[in-house]
Design a protein around this ligand. Structure first.
Ligand SMILES: [Zn+2]
Length: 314
């Protein structure tokens, strides 16, 4: 989950705030005349002085305003709906935008006391979120808890499968659909996996294998997986099939009618896939089935790989 949600990029000015969160403390700037300020700045917006110092504060405050977002603010947040977007007034008087955790929308009220929750994202950033002071929410969410839980494969395996004879052309044609299936399990496309594929394929171009250079020079700000790697990783994704084709002697894999690498998959991104049966055609030696498989980064609307697989059931 390192990549799937946008994360803040600390600057020289804001770094002490983010470093404070990593140490599970809230740090604010105060000017020489006693004015508190947030967000981090080079000067005091009240009096203009540049004589500022960082102080560790309790981080507690009150709920100044909130909204319950029932449409994701970005597709990446579709797994944490509804989003409880809040403005917190810290006890020092500054306002801070955040999201609330460990709270039900109906229990929120403006003016209630809140305490900080340090949300460690896998990788390097810790986010500052808030929870009602009386909430049972732990004050630290560890990186492992931050990673989105995978759908249980057991639950998908339990779906009863319709048996469809490949000789029953009407039944086979009934599989054709404009609608995609549900999602497969998720896997993470790690840099280690990308490196292995670079070695295997001989494609060790720096956009795949050199994170430092990619950070500096790539438009994506990070290394990306080879399209071909993402394509073959479909073998590790269990597509939720609710049918089983029977009565064939052999399946011939004809390859692909269409293969597109539509959007890149950055290193550290989790992917999953879904499919639809695009076409069923009787041919001389059997029946030809075209299955469109789309691989997406988790939370991404646009697919990363589109593959129209053609199989002949004989
Ligand atoms: Zn001031």
């Amino acid at each position: 989950m390192a990549w799937n949600k946008p994360l803040p990029q600390p600057t020289l000015i804001s770094a002490p705030f983010w470093d404070g969160l990593k140490a599970h403390t809230v740090r604010l700037q105060q000017c020489e005349h006693g004015h508190w300020l947030f967000f981090p700045r080079t000067h005091c917006p009240t009096c203009g002085t540049r004589q500022l110092a960082w102080h560790t504060v309790s981080g507690e405050g009150t709920l100044y305003s909130f909204t319950v977002a029932r449409v994701p603010t970005l597709p990446e947040f579709s797994d944490e709906m509804p989003q409880l977007l809040a403005v917190v007034e810290l006890d020092q008087g500054v306002h801070l935008n955040t999201t609330l955790v460990g709270a039900k929308p109906e229990d929120l009220r403006v003016g209630q006391r809140l305490r900080p929750v340090f949300d460690e994202r896998p990788g390097s950033t810790t986010l500052l979120r808030y929870t009602p002071i009386e909430s049972a929410q732990a004050s630290v969410i560890t990186a492992e808890q931050s990673a989105a839980p995978e759908p249980a494969p057991a639950a998908m395996a339990e779906v009863p499968k319709r048996q469809i004879s490949c000789k029953d052309i009407d039944a086979m044609r009934s599989l054709v659909s404009e609608e995609f299936s549900g999602w497969s399990n998720q896997i993470e496309v790690t840099q280690a996996l990308i490196n292995q594929f670079a070695e295997l394929s001989g494609d060790d171009y720096w956009i795949h294998t050199d994170p430092a250079r990619a950070r500096a020079e790539s438009p994506f700000g990070t290394t990306i997986a080879h399209g071909a790697l993402v394509q073959v990783l479909v073998s590790k994704l269990k597509l939720p099939m609710d049918f089983e084709i029977t009565d064939f002697r052999n399946i011939v894999n004809y390859g692909s009618d269409r293969l597109r690498f539509a959007t890149p998959v950055p290193a550290g991104c989790r992917i999953h896939a879904r499919y639809r049966i695009k076409a069923v055609e009787p041919v001389k030696s059997g029946v030809q089935v075209t299955m469109e498989i789309n691989v997406h980064g988790v939370g991404q609307d646009r697919p990363s790989v589109i593959n129209d697989l053609v199989m002949l059931y004989m």
